[in-house]
Design a protein around this ligand. Structure first.
Ligand SMILES: *[C@@H]1O[C@H](CO)[C@@H](O)[C@H](O)[C@H]1NC(C)=O
Ligand SMILES: *[C@@H]1O[C@H](CO)[C@@H](O)[C@H](O)[C@H]1NC(C)=O
Ligand SMILES: *[C@@H]1O[C@H](CO)[C@@H](O)[C@H](O)[C@H]1NC(C)=O
Ligand SMILES: *[C@@H]1O[C@H](CO)[C@@H](O)[C@H](O)[C@H]1NC(C)=O
Length: 492
């Protein structure tokens, strides 16, 4: 294994030298999944319908091959096997999400599904029995359909409904869960769900519904954090954070315009969610761009809603840690044509984005192999938000065939982990863990079962969804055991 790592590195030209400093002994190495992507049992034991169930059942062309999460990895029935796989990997933590509609079939607190409560209690106690720390995402994209029918995330009614759900999670599971994440990738919920409509619920309201969604998600996040802080923290002593995703946006040239485009894009993707939470209010560049464009488009005021000073204070400081999902870098430049009519964050930013032809690609159209972007993004976050406690909550590589001989996945993870370690050692970035996406091949949303991210292969044609370790399992076990990415590490 050791020898193999070295050779792999030299063959792949190794991007940059791999970091040879040992990770700290208490650095957390984990693996991640989400409920809709792995659980299956979509209508069993009282679970309600969610927006993905509804959309993929009613529109068979929305996802590749009409794939959906009805059964997927069948983890609802196979969770003990999943925990055994985690144990075999030797991870410190497992990041999974709670399916809102499994706990509350109609989304509201008035009707609790006891079988759903049992399922998550069993999963959490199985993890605890195996000494694996549960990292629980409260919302990973699977809104109960009943709540979508009531307006979904663009409707401000949802803030209190989400807060009730979050409180229930803390009350039911909080004695055994010390790490909570309120939302996974709110940008994808709001932009893809309500802006361009490429994720459930598939609503197209770019630059309007998309920003209302963001506004309500931020308030809902803050409310959940305050509930935890006031009602649960003294007894449960856990931490509540949020997971924000971003590419690294590399300036195409060293011109000041392109460097500014990079900064602007970071603010529109990461700052939209992180700035209100860590610094207070939306980033200035978002407020000014969207207001200017909105007025020019004939609106009476900015399409970006405003927070009151009280709301700004209420949201500021509501993360005990920050989860970062990072997979790819992009090149950016200032848009020459200012696209005056365009709405949506990817028009309002006035930044042009593309991938270099020379970058290696994964199976997912948005995934390129650019490990050098990891350190740059983590360093930017450190500088923007006063070096918050951070954990990489997702990073991983997709292929089409799910090969067991997944050398490409190994070199991807190795390269990005090296970037994480560089950021820690060279920039003093406060990262306490890394979570590979994903434990299992699973339903990759609209790409169905065609994009495989698992360290374990899943045979979706076998009745019990047989899991098989890929080569990357051995690689990750080795990193976890040695805390080292190369042949021999230096302790620091
Ligand atoms: C189904 O989804 C496809 C792909 O997103 C879309 O083009 C089509 O309009 C949708 N059909 C309906 C009836 O909404
Ligand atoms: C920008 O400048 C840096 C340092 O001066 C140099 O290393 C880098 O290659 C330049 N990048 C581009 C795209 O020209
Ligand atoms: C699933 O089936 C395969 C092949 O029959 C078997 O090897 C495996 O142990 C089964 N797994 C479970 C969890 O039953
Ligand atoms: C799992 O971790 C323990 C403690 O660090 C170590 O002793 C053991 O060798 C590891 N097992 C594997 C399979 O790497």
């Amino acid at each position: 294994m050791m020898k193999f790592l070295y050779i792999l590195c030299s063959l792949a030209s190794c991007y940059a030298a791999l970091n040879n400093k040992k990770f700290p002994a208490d650095f957390m190495f984990g693996a991640a999944t989400s409920s809709y992507q792995i659980e299956g049992a979509w209508n069993e034991d009282g679970k309600g319908e969610n927006i993905w169930d509804y959309l993929l059942h009613t529109n068979r062309t929305y996802s590749l091959n009409g794939d959906n999460g009805d059964t997927t990895c069948n983890s609802y029935h196979n969770y003990k096997e999943d925990v055994a796989l985690l144990k075999n990997l030797n991870v410190t933590h497992y990041r999974f999400s709670i399916a809102w509609a499994r706990l509350l079939p109609n989304g509201h607190i008035n009707e609790i599904n006891e079988a759903g409560v049992e399922y998550y209690k069993n999963l959490i106690s199985e993890l605890r029995a195996n000494n694996i720390e549960p990292f629980v995402t409260i919302y990973h994209w699977d809104l109960p359909q009943a709540l979508q029918d009531e307006g979904g995330w663009p409707s401000s009614n949802i803030i209190d409904v989400y807060a009730d759900y979050a409180r229930l999670c803390f009350r039911l599971f909080g004695l055994d869960v010390k790490y909570w994440m309120t939302f996974n990738e709110p940008k994808q919920t709001c932009w893809q769900g309500y802006g361009v409509g490429t994720n459930a619920p598939g609503i197209k309201s770019p630059g309007i519904g998309e920003y209302w969604c963001a506004h309500n998600v931020l308030k809902a996040h803050a409310k959940a954090w305050h509930i935890y802080d006031e009602e649960f923290r003294p007894r449960q002593k856990g931490q509540v954070g949020i997971v924000i995703d971003s590419n690294w946006w590399e300036p195409a040239t060293n011109s000041s315009e392109d460097q500014e485009a990079s900064e602007t894009k970071l603010q529109f993707t990461f700052g939209l969610y992180a700035n209100p939470i860590f610094n207070g209010d939306y980033p200035e560049v978002m407020k000014s761009h969207i207001k200017r464009r909105s007025l020019a488009q004939g609106f009476q005021k900015s399409r970006l809603p405003e927070f009151t000073p009280k709301e700004i204070e209420y949201i500021k400081g509501t993360a005990d840690f920050l989860g970062v999902n990072m997979y790819s870098a992009s090149l950016v430049a200032a848009k020459q044509n200012q696209d005056v009519d365009g709405m949506g964050f990817d028009h309002d930013d006035e930044v042009k984005v593309w991938y270099s032809e020379s970058w290696k690609k994964g199976a997912s159209p948005w995934l390129v192999v650019t490990p050098w972007g990891m350190q740059k993004l983590l360093r930017w976050i450190k500088n923007q938000y006063n070096n918050p406690r951070m954990i990489v909550t997702e990073n991983g590589y997709s292929d089409y065939d799910g090969t067991l001989n997944d050398d490409d996945r190994i070199s991807y993870i190795q390269g990005y982990l090296s970037g994480v370690r560089d950021a820690m050692v060279e920039d003093g970035v406060n990262v306490f863990g890394y979570t590979v996406w994903s434990l299992l091949d699973n339903l990759e949303w609209v790409y169905g079962f065609t994009n495989k991210f698992g360290l374990y292969h899943v045979d979706f044609n076998s009745p019990n969804r047989t899991r098989t370790a890929k080569k990357s399992v051995g690689f990750y076990q080795n990193v976890i055991r040695t805390k080292c990415l190369v042949d021999e590490c230096i302790e620091i």
